[in-house]
Ligand binder design. Structure first.
Ligand SMILES: Nc1ccn([C@@H]2O[C@H](COP(=O)(O)OP(=O)(O)OP(=O)(O)O)[C@@H](O)[C@H]2O)c(=O)n1
Ligand SMILES: C[C@](O)(CO)[C@H](O)COP(=O)(O)O
Length: 253
């Protein structure tokens, strides 16, 4: 098993790498409570796990946290209160109405010397460092955009969305599952490409790589990891707690 407790094997940076962590969402699907990124996982805010996951890579020297708009002071206090690698710098900026807007606000704070940018959901707190390093390596090798992804376990149907709640949703098609991938984060980008994508694409999309696709540029896939799943619904939090417990038992982490 590879996990965040293993040392990063990537070489120190030739081009500097920063990670932007959108963490400004409410977590509506997780249910009532604090903003999702601030909720506890193994007694530690989910955001701190995500920050540690990015800072675990020796290539990442800056982490920009995009906080809930009214939560920047709280996030700064959390970063101060938890042990984080000394080699990494941290910035906190307020987020926006959508994930896309939050990422753009994070990019606005990116200092000019950073040539590679990762965008990583605070809601994927357990991504292993091997996955982070693999994404960075692929960008260093020249890909303008890189996504970690996994094959699907379920068959997927395209439907005609219901006209009204309770109405049936007829199946329109069954895409060939062998050609589909479930995409995770961190997604990695050449800085200029990601900034151009955010300046150009105005429709609201669910990930950053699809903005690069809209520019007509290639997006490369590297293997994702089952522990990089997104904490979206209550059951995901149960699974995340179980993964953490297993790590603590097997790695003492
Ligand atoms: N306005 C927003 C919305 C989302 N995010 C972040 O984008 C990531 C992925 O979003 P998601 O899992 O959908 O989080 P939420 O928007 O919080 O979830 P929900 O849709 O259930 O409210 C999360 O780390 C979330 O904090 C953000 O920074 N700003
Ligand atoms: C970026 C992402 O995690 C890739 O799978 C996903 O698209 C985020 O979607 P969300 O609905 O904002 O959670």
């Amino acid at each position: 098993m590879s996990d965040v407790s293993r040392p990063s094997t990537i070489e120190p940076p030739a081009v500097r790498t920063a990670a932007v962590i959108p963490a400004a969402g409410r977590g509506v699907r997780l249910g009532p409570g604090a903003p999702k990124a601030l909720r506890a996982l193994g007694g530690v805010p989910m955001l701190i796990h995500a920050v540690r996951a990015m800072a675990a890579s020796r290539a990442v020297s800056l982490v920009i946290v995009v906080a809930p708009p009214d939560g920047t002071a709280e996030v700064k206090s959390l970063l101060d209160a938890h042990a984080l690698p000394e080699r990494t710098d941290f910035l906190v900026v307020p987020g926006g109405e959508t994930r896309q807007e939050s990422v753009r606000l994070g990019l606005d704070a990116l200092p000019p010397e950073y040539g590679i940018v990762l965008v990583h959901d605070a809601a994927r707190p357990l991504v292993p460092v091997d996955t982070v390093d693999a994404v960075i390596e692929a960008v260093r090798e020249g890909a303008p955009a890189v996504v970690p992804a996994l094959p699907l376990a379920d068959t997927v149907k395209e439907v005609q969305p219901a006209a009204a709640p309770g109405e049936p949703e007829p199946v329109v098609a069954t895409p060939d599952r062998a050609r589909l991938r479930a995409v995770q984060t961190p997604q990695g980008f050449d800085r200029a490409t990601l900034i151009q994508a955010h300046e150009t694409v105005t429709d609201n999309v669910t990930d950053d790589a699809s903005m690069v696709e809209q520019l007509g540029l290639p997006v490369v896939v590297v293997p994702g990891h089952e522990e990089a799943f997104k904490v979206t619904r209550p059951l995901d939090l149960v699974l995340a707690e179980a993964v953490l417990t297993r790590r603590r038992l097997t790695d003492g982490f």
